[in-house]
Design a protein around this ligand. Structure first.
Ligand code: TA6
Length: 295
């Protein structure tokens, strides 16, 4: 698989801006390097694993223990959860977070666009087609376009499961979700409401905020920056940090790595699952930007 993909490099390489190369464990990926940023996206799961805009530290977290192997989800970056989130609603043997974060997507287009290097990857399920359009520039934009290719209505959940790199979990806060209702996945999926204070982390946190299209801001004083997470076509926002015990249980995650990451995920989950008529499409978009706060 890898050799035939890499043989296509000539078709997709963009001078010095983008190269199709063997990445970790020889897994094929596109590497981006421009004046605006560096980036990396694996064909496995179409997973963006690195984005670093000029003048900033890396914005995405990818575990030092991540496994790069066909059929294995990469622990970090922006895994794509689709066509379901979490456990399958009826099949306990089905993989967590759907089918496409562990399958090889097809690299179909690369281009130099006005906002950066544009990469398109595609995968087809029986009734649904997923296209991931990623733009690597001073900002990072990840757009999932799902189309119903069947002759009947199709319903799906999705999440752009973004892992953010941060300086110190005990100093960060997230604003934008005040007063939103959330499903607490650690309290039997109880529905609770966020008060008027920012989210901070003092324990394992695993919440699905519902009925919110709000922009979130991750305030990271240890790295003197804030990360702005804007979204379109998404009514759920998932906030997750595994904390100590879960971090130790995750084989592809360092025991102490919970200190330097959190997930803010752009999603449509549960009552916000999307139903498409035959031929219709839906877009879920996240746009990530970074601002220094030093001085
Ligand atoms: O998005 C949060 C979550 O659903 C957590 O419950 C945790 O399981 C995380 O996803 C990672 O899931 P994974 O299947 O990648 O280990």
């Amino acid at each position: 698989m890898t050799d035939s993909i890499l043989a296509q490099a000539e078709e997709f390489n963009l001078l010095d801006a983008l190269s199709l190369v063997p990445g970790a464990s020889e897994q094929p990926c596109v590497e981006i390097s421009t004046a605006a940023c560096t980036g990396r996206q694996y064909l496995n799961g179409a997973t963006v694993t690195h984005w670093q805009p000029a003048g900033h530290d890396p914005v995405l977290f990818t575990s030092s223990q991540a496994v790069f192997r066909a059929g294995k989800a990469i622990r970090g970056g922006v895994p794509i959860c689709f066509p379901w989130f979490g456990g399958h609603p009826t099949d306990p043997d089905a993989p967590s977070h759907g089918l496409v974060r562990t399958t090889p997507w097809n690299l179909t287009q690369t281009a130099l666009g006005p906002d950066g290097v544009e990469v398109e990857m595609v995968t087809n399920l029986d009734q649904l087609r997923a296209e991931l359009h990623t733009t690597f520039g001073q900002n990072l934009a990840v757009r999932l376009l799902v189309t119903n290719t069947s002759d009947s209505d199709q319903t799906f959940e999705t999440a752009l499961h973004t892992y953010f790199n941060l300086g110190d979990i005990q100093q960060v806060s997230i604003t934008g979700l005040e007063h939103a209702e959330f499903i607490d996945q650690l309290q039997n999926n109880q529905r609770l409401t966020q008060d008027d204070t920012p989210i901070s982390f003092t324990a394992e946190t695993d919440r699905i905020y519902q009925n919110t299209e709000a922009t979130c801001v991750l305030h990271d004083p240890a790295m003197s920056r804030r990360i702005i997470v804007e979204k379109l076509g998404s009514k759920s926002t998932v906030v997750w940090n595994p904390w100590i015990e879960k971090a130790q249980r995750l084989a592809d995650f360092g025991d102490d790595e919970y200190r330097g990451m959190c997930c803010i995920e752009t999603a449509n989950i549960a009552e916000h699952a999307v139903t498409l008529a035959p031929g219709d499409s839906h877009t879920t978009l996240v746009k990530i930007s970074v601002e220094n706060t030093a001085g």
